[in-house]
Ligand binder design. Structure first.
Ligand code: NAP
Ligand code: G4F
Length: 353
């Protein structure tokens, strides 16, 4: 009986996007905090649950099929789960893909948010809501660095524009209906669970495959784009901390350190004892092994975007002050974590670091 009472007292968290990088780490984190975790999973012809299989197998989380584009589904889920906290991490999250799927990106990343907020307003107005907002809102002009909560927005893709709508509608519902709703403006965060088509994972996987003699070289886009890359496992704690505040707030989460794609490539090769020498310019630039002169990196315009966000580097001093969050993993350590994983495994799914 005591056990039952304890169980009933657990807080309930509902995560959309639980099969993604952040959703899976957040589920791990909340379970450790003794939450009951509920997740929304999209139906697909093959299983998309690799990152959370360890939780499904041990029956630690409950998941329901659903989609952010379906109002009835969202309403039913909130009615049944009655969550204390809602983390909306679901999105068409790939910037380049958003130029190819602009309508769908808006459908999910903008309208999906209004569906959720309306459902909260009607069904569970006391639930706390976290919105996965993004540094892409800032547009990445070098003159705006470091970007903070006070930096003006300048979205440069259908993804960023859709996320900007989401940002404002969260603020709007917070003010109009007194919902506890926060925007977490997160800068890039990576991990062994990062999707294969994001640049960091593409690089660490590619370099590992070169080392395993499964791949000859990596083909990449803009080498000079700069990002503020942190470790996803730490960033999900920032999300949770935001929802423990007394009053809702929008906060930047970042490391404050900038690294170029070029440097990320050099660090990844350094991990396997190889130094890269660059020759040529623009799409003709190539990276060679200093010792053997073998070509390891090639540039292709296939991976350039119609509009580029050149330089992102955040200032998360307010997050330190308000929620006591600071980053712990620097870029070299992040590369080490991702490289060690990719050298050991061919894909995520085995050791869920
Ligand atoms: P991710 O790995 O791409 O995961 C996205 C998740 O959204 C997946 O679970 C995906 O399901 C789900 N999803 C996509 N469309 C959906 C729909 N129509 N209905 C329901 N679920 C849907 O992304 P992430 O890196 O974990 O990022 C989490 C969130 O933070 C996203 O909103 C992203 O835009 C935002 N964000 C990410 C970063 C970053 O650096 N990672 C930075 C700032 C903001 P499937 O598994 O079925 O595809
Ligand atoms: O890894 P990326 O695709 O991430 P991007 O565009 O910064 O977006 C990620 O971070 C955002 C936060 O700032 C999130 F909101 C978003 O959901 C996502 O998680 O590209 C990083 C940079 C870009 O400038 C891109 O042009 O790397 C450059 N890049 C160069 N070559 C490449 C490649 N990007 C990809 N994906 N693939 C390449 O071959």
């Amino acid at each position: 009986n005591l056990k039952k009472i304890k169980f009933m007292k657990k807080k309930r968290a509902f995560i959309t996007g639980i099969t993604g990088q952040d959703g899976s780490y957040l589920a791990d984190f909340l379970l450790k905090k003794n939450y009951e975790v509920f997740g929304m999973v999209r139906r697909s012809s093959t299983f998309s649950t690799k990152r959370i299989d360890h939780l499904i197998e041990s029956k630690k989380i409950r998941f329901d099929y659903g989609d952010l584009t379906d109002t009835s589904c969202i309403n039913n889920l909130l009615r049944n789960i009655k969550p204390n906290e809602i983390y909306n991490l679901a999105a068409q999250s790939h910037v380049k893909v958003s130029f190819e799927l602009p309508d769908y990106t808006a459908e999910v990343d903008s309208l999906g948010v209004i569906k959720l907020l309306n459902a909260i307003k009607e069904i569970c107005p006391n639930s706390k809501y976290y919105q996965a907002s993004t540094s892409e809102l800032f547009g990445g002009e070098k003159k705006t660095v470091p970007q903070s909560e006070k930096t003006s927005f300048n979205p440069k893709s259908p993804y960023a524009t859709a996320k900007l709508y989401a940002y404002w509608i969260v603020k709007n519902y917070r003010d109009a209906y007194k919902l506890f709703a926060c925007n977490g403006i997160l800068f890039n965060h990576e991990s062994p669970r990062r999707g294969n088509t994001f640049v960091t994972k593409k690089i660490t996987r590619g370099v590992s495959n070169i080392e395993k003699k499964k791949q000859e070289f990596i083909t990449i886009g803009n080498l000079d784009a700069v990002r503020d890359w942190g470790y996803a496992k730490e960033y999900v704690e920032g999300m949770w901390r935001m929802l423990q505040l007394k009053k809702p707030l929008d906060l930047v989460i970042s490391t404050g350190k900038a690294t170029s794609v070029r440097k990320f490539i050099e660090l990844s090769f350094q991990h396997i004892g190889k130094k890269i020498i660059w020759k040529g310019h623009g799409v003709n630039e190539k990276g060679y092994c200093k010792k053997t002169n073998k070509m390891f990196v090639k540039v292709s315009d296939k991976y350039f975007r119609p509009n580029e966000v050149q330089y992102l580097c955040g200032n998360s001093k307010l997050a330190k002050k308000k929620i006591g969050w600071t980053p712990k993993t620097n870029i070299k350590e992040l590369v080490r974590i991702m490289m060690d994983y990719d050298l050991k495994y061919d894909d995520y799914g085995e050791d869920l670091t």
